[in-house]
Design a protein around this ligand. Structure first.
Ligand code: SF4
Length: 335
């Protein structure tokens, strides 16, 4: 048991949140890191979770990782405060995460939350008014400290109560990242791989795919993860077909197949795994099998195995699909 003040810090694995954690630790705060995983994170190949865990280990602090569930996707689909440039509902997203963080703060008996947010760095959620709105909606007024920009913000409760020395907090603002890099040097923080973090919802191409999925009521976490892998087609019947482009994608696509989906591969030809989502209609099966042949190394009529999760149910001999099929490609041109 220690008498140290406890705080929960949102740690994305990026530089800003890492600096915030270090600054709080340097003020004698017992920090527990909280990391959120969403299907939309673009961080390192191993993921933000890996990076956040690495930092927590290096700083010898506890970390809790929350993988968002269907309620997060529901929020992305219908955000109260709308979208940013693409399909990024940044204000609702921050409210969502901070509400979860608040629950954890209470569970841990911590005194406040802190983040690595920088005033003016992100156009939607890091404006002064947006920050205030987010705090209010999350039920955390005065309880979110932003050590990197604190000098520009109203003093928070932990500052007023003397738990934190405001003089040792910073006045960084804007998108210019030099001050953070300088601070990293002063705090001896090296090897940060993901200076700005990233979110696929801000990407135009990915946003199109998400919108198209939502229009067809595909809105599970698994649906969103699958959007990151393979070529996606929408058959005339409205169902989705996904074709892996390499071994890694084949394995991920197989892993995310559900009981009601069908997997396909060309027998003996290193075929791409093809996933037919939620359909056992004969025409859909034939079309998907034909797409599978088209993207395999086989030229001509081929034998396609069809089944689900290693349980191959039947084989079909079928010609590769014709070129016009590419009009069904979701989100652009494919080879
Ligand atoms: S960029 Fe993505 S993760 Fe970040 S606040 Fe916006 S929606 Fe959330």
């Amino acid at each position: 048991m220690t008498n140290m003040t406890k705080a929960i810090g949102l740690l994305s694995g990026g530089l800003d949140s890492t600096l915030a954690v270090k600054l709080m630790m340097n003020q004698g705060i017992e920090v527990t890191a909280l990391n959120f995983i969403t299907p939309f994170c673009t961080c390192t190949k191993k993921g933000c979770r890996h990076e956040a865990s690495r930092i927590a280990k290096e700083f010898v602090i506890k970390i809790k990782v929350i993988a968002v569930k269907e309620d997060y996707i529901k929020m992305v689909k219908n955000p109260k405060y709308g979208y940013g440039k693409n399909i990024n509902p940044c204000i609702d997203c921050r409210i969502f995460m901070l509400k979860k963080a608040k629950e954890y703060m209470e569970e841990m008996n911590a005194s406040f939350l802190f983040t690595g947010e920088v005033l003016g760095q992100r156009p939607m959620s890091q404006r002064r008014e947006a920050m205030a709105l987010i705090e209010k909606e999350a039920g955390l007024e005065g309880l979110i400290l932003r050590p990197l920009s604190a000098q520009f913000l109203e003093p928070t409760i932990p500052e007023k109560e003397g738990l934190i020395d405001r003089e040792k907090l910073f006045g960084i603002r804007g998108r210019w990242r030099k001050p953070q890099m300088k601070l990293a040097e002063e705090l001896n923080i090296k090897d940060y791989q993901c200076p700005a973090g990233g979110c696929r919802l801000t990407d135009l191409q990915f946003a199109r795919k998400v919108r198209e999925a939502f229009e067809h009521n595909e809105d599970s976490v698994g649906d969103m993860i699958l959007l990151r892998y393979g070529r996606h087609f929408r058959l005339p019947s409205g169902v989705r077909v996904i074709v892996g482009r390499n071994e890694e994608e084949n394995s991920i696509i197989s892993r995310f197949a559900e009981e009601k989906d069908l997997l396909m591969e060309v027998v003996g030809f290193g075929s791409p795994i093809t996933l037919l989502k939620d359909s056992c209609d004969k025409r859909d099966i034939k079309m998907a099998a034909s797409v599978c042949v088209r993207y395999s190394n086989y030229k001509g009529k081929a034998e396609v195995r069809i089944g689900c999760r290693e349980r191959w149910k039947k084989n079909l001999f079928i010609e590769p699909i014709k070129e016009e099929f590419k009009k069904y490609l979701i989100g652009g041109i494919s080879t």
